[in-house]
Design a binder for this molecule. Structure first.
Ligand code: SAM
Length: 241
């Protein structure tokens, strides 16, 4: 699949730790979490393994990234100690000997049973977990807003924010990392469709908080900023009123 949805596989490993350090860790234990645009699953797996959500589902539009995310789940499991200490064994071990099988467990909320991935264009298709709703949506939307905005225009992005509002439980949280407007100029060059949509955009990332407020979110705070240069972004926390 061409990378016109931001579906680069090398994207994320670089940025996982600096970003997860900013998350409000106390929100995650026992929560049902959705990671939209989960890419190769590093952040999703980190949360499943370190922050004890009841269940976390990563959804991505690109099947090859979803396949890589399932493989990453197996690797993360293989590196954990028998008492589930993460990264206990060296990465060379599963690389040379193959991954460890995941045994069945009665505790479906323990890692890695609390972690699953799905392939879908989440702006247009529902996934089974949507039915029960979520306590937290990562709309990494971490670094996904630009791609939905450029592919589907202002209306598509607003519909995406509305869908997040719908699937969140009352007082559920949205963690949002919008890309800055300046980064759109380069991205639009990737296709004629993105270029044409770019010309129609009225909404700006600096106004997303107003749009989200109109939909029914309250801005809680900026959790911090990560990245260098063009990757410098703030991560914002919202709550569903
Ligand atoms: C730039 S990457 C960000 C990855 C990750 N969320 C992060 O912040 O590190 C954007 C991801 O969103 C996915 N994506 C884009 N549009 C999507 C959609 N409509 N539904 C699901 N995933 C989508 C892409 O395939 C890509 O993996």
């Amino acid at each position: 699949m061409a990378s016109t949805h931001g579906n680069y596989s090398a994207y994320y490993a670089r940025r996982t730790q600096s970003r997860t350090a900013l998350f409000p860790h106390s929100l995650f234990p026992h929560a049902a979490v959705l990671d939209v645009g989960s890419n190769v699953g590093h952040i999703t797996a980190y949360i499943a393994q370190h922050l004890a959500p009841r269940i976390i589902t990563g959804v991505d539009i690109d099947q090859s990234l979803v396949d890589a995310a399932w493989r990453h789940r197996l690797t993360a499991w293989s590196l954990a100690s028998p008492h589930t200490t993460p990264d206990y064994f060296p990465a060379s071990l599963p690389h040379e000997l193959g991954p460890l099988p995941i045994p069945p467990s009665d505790d479906k909320h323990a890692f890695p049973h609390n972690l699953a991935f799905r392939c879908a264009d989440w702006t247009k298709e529902d996934i089974p977990e949507d039915k029960d709703g979520y306590d937290i949506v990562l709309a990494y939307v971490l670094s996904i807003t630009k791609w939905i905005h450029l592919n589907q225009g202002d209306d598509g992005l607003v519909a995406f924010f509305r869908k997040i509002h719908t699937v969140l439980h009352k007082h559920g949280h949205l963690i949002l990392e919008p890309q800055p407007w300046e980064s759109y100029a380069k991205a639009r060059r990737m296709s004629e469709h993105l270029r044409a949509t770019y010309q129609t955009l009225q909404l700006r990332p600096s106004n997303f908080s107003t749009t989200l407020k109109d939909i029914g979110f309250e801005f809680v705070k900026t959790l911090g900023e990560t990245g260098e240069g063009g990757f410098r972004r703030s991560i914002d926390l919202y709550v569903k009123r």
